[in-house]
Design a protein around this ligand. Structure first.
Ligand SMILES: Cc1cc2nc3c(=O)[nH]c(=O)nc-3n(C[C@H](O)[C@H](O)[C@H](O)COP(=O)(O)O)c2cc1C
Length: 179
């Protein structure tokens, strides 16, 4: 029941108060992410948490020009950058053989664990896919084996976003007894 409440109450929060996010709370979100399932248990990613000057410099690069619509994230007290590693064998095999990017699936699951734990702790988050990956990678000084895939902004909510429309359960699922 508790998990369903966090799921129902979660919204994308794009306005944050000035209070910093306590390190213990970020650690709990990271612990939730660490426990996420992952194809072949490889976890081909890491989270880089940016605060203060690091957050400012990253935002300056990642949310500029075409990507300035995502500028709201520059005001989040913390940014979690989800970085994928290229060394993943499952990622390679998944894409080559099955055409499935397991690396991104893994990142999605871990990120949502993070987000739901944040909600449970009274924090607001927003998934951000719209950012300048090239500039972000350079700003983070990542090597050729790593790529920033997604960002999650984190902070205490300074808005109460409305519940967004969802498809009906029958539109996203079906039960079958026979094929
Ligand atoms: C993978 C992913 C990428 C997203 N990228 C952005 C983004 O770049 N900018 C933004 O404002 N919201 C972004 N969102 C948030 C969605 O717009 C939001 O989840 C959706 O509109 C539903 O609203 P809700 O989260 O409040 O339920 C992203 C969400 C996901 C899952």
């Amino acid at each position: 029941m508790e998990i369903l409440r966090a799921i129902k109450e979660r919204r994308s929060v794009r306005k944050y108060g000035d209070s910093p996010v306590e390190r213990e709370k970020l650690d709990l979100c990271l612990e939730a992410a660490r426990l996420a399932p992952s194809a072949c248990n490889i976890r081909p990613y890491r989270f880089i948490i940016l605060e203060g000057a690091a957050r400012d410099e990253f935002a300056e690069n990642a949310f500029s020009g075409l990507y300035s619509v995502t500028r709201f994230a520059a005001k989040a007290p913390a940014l979690a950058v989800l970085v994928s590693s290229k060394t993943s064998l499952t990622g390679f095999l998944g894409r080559q053989v099955q055409g499935v990017n397991f690396k991104l699936v893994d990142i999605g699951i871990a990120g949502e664990h993070f987000v739901l734990q944040a909600r449970e702790l009274g924090l607001g988050t927003c998934w951000i896919g719209w950012f300048d990956k090239k500039k972000a990678k350079k700003a983070l000084k990542l090597g050729s084996g790593e790529d920033p895939e997604l960002v999650i902004s984190v902070g205490y909510p300074d808005e109460t976003p409305p519940e967004r429309k969802r498809k009906k359960t029958t539109e996203i699922s079906e039960y079958r007894n026979n094929l």
